[in-house]
Design a protein around this ligand. Structure first.
Ligand SMILES: NC(=O)c1ccc[n+]([C@@H]2O[C@H](COP(=O)([O-])OP(=O)(O)OC[C@H]3O[C@@H](n4cnc5c(N)ncnc54)[C@H](OP(=O)(O)O)[C@@H]3O)[C@@H](O)[C@H]2O)c1
Length: 246
């Protein structure tokens, strides 16, 4: 349950080593979140992050095993987390792959299939508890697929649409879905790549997520100016769009 001031008390970060996911958990702990569960393929990789979150003031921080592509385990995984930690106020779906060697199957399995599967299970459990928010890390890349990373963009377009539909289907249950569309964020995912205009940081994205939660937003752009930029780019004719240096 949110506390008396409307702040979330418990957060599940799926993608427990994600720079954006951990930055958001830190920002929330700064606003009185007390329980953080970092779910990662290798929970041992979360040790330092667990220590940092405790040092920041969280009372209970634990790392648990989770693999996005092991969809057969997702129902039991979600049930176990709720059984062990009680109510989960916020689930942050922060895992994802960008794809060094573009592999449409891996991109679709992690970014779309894995995320859709676990969000579906989260929606089921949060509906049962009668409250909760699911936050999906989507991407501006899903707003309009561009030739340089259309496989990643397509996987994000799919999961973005899934999250919007899921949110609408949950209206009246007490469960909300918030879609976050960052542009280029300087994290380990983009290490070695040249930053593009409107590049941002994990802490700045975390700040936009916290603000979005406070106002009950269903969509958050990070930085916010990308909402305007993308609404223009979305309507650029294809022959021109494919010539843009993106
Ligand atoms: N960075 C950007 O420019 C940017 C822009 C827009 C959207 N996003 C999205 O924001 C989210 C977070 O990205 P980030 O920048 O924080 O990147 P990051 O630090 O590289 O985090 C990505 C996370 O995904 C996890 N992951 C990958 N495959 C997984 C699997 N099969 N099962 C479970 N976890 C898996 C990784 O875990 P391991 O430690 O096990 O590898 C890692 O924790 C992603 O969805 C990304 O697509 C990022």
């Amino acid at each position: 349950m949110k506390d008396a001031l409307g702040e979330v008390q418990s957060v599940l970060v799926l993608g427990g080593t994600s720079d954006i996911g951990v930055a958001t958990a830190n920002a929330l702990v700064g606003r009185r979140t007390r329980t953080v569960i970092l779910a990662a393929r290798d929970p041992r990789a979360c040790e330092q992050r667990v220590e940092d979150l405790r040092a920041a003031g969280a009372e209970r921080v634990e790392a648990v095993g989770f693999d996005a592509v092991d969809t057969a385990s997702h129902a039991a995984f979600v049930d176990e987390v709720f059984a062990r930690f009680g109510d989960i106020d916020l689930a942050l779906v922060a895992f994802g792959v960008l794809g060094e060697e573009d592999d449409p199957v891996e991109l679709a399995q992690v970014n779309y299939v894995g995320a859709a599967s676990v969000m579906n299970e989260l929606a089921r459990r949060m509906s049962d508890q009668g409250h909760g928010t699911i936050v999906l890390l989507s991407s501006v890349a899903g707003e309009r697929a561009r030739k340089s990373n259309f496989m990643y963009g397509a996987s994000k377009a799919g999961i973005d649409a899934f999250a919007q539909g899921l949110g609408d289907s949950l209206a009246g249950t007490g469960v909300d879905v918030m879609v976050v569309r960052p542009g280029f964020v300087k994290t380990k995912m983009t290490a070695g790549r040249d930053p593009v205009p409107f590049s941002t940081t994990a802490d700045e994205v975390a700040g936009e997520i916290v603000k979005g939660l406070a106002r009950g937003a269903h969509t958050v752009w990070a930085p916010p100016v990308l909402r305007v930029v993308m609404s223009v780019l979305r309507h650029v004719p294809r022959p021109l769009f494919r010539r843009l240096p993106m």
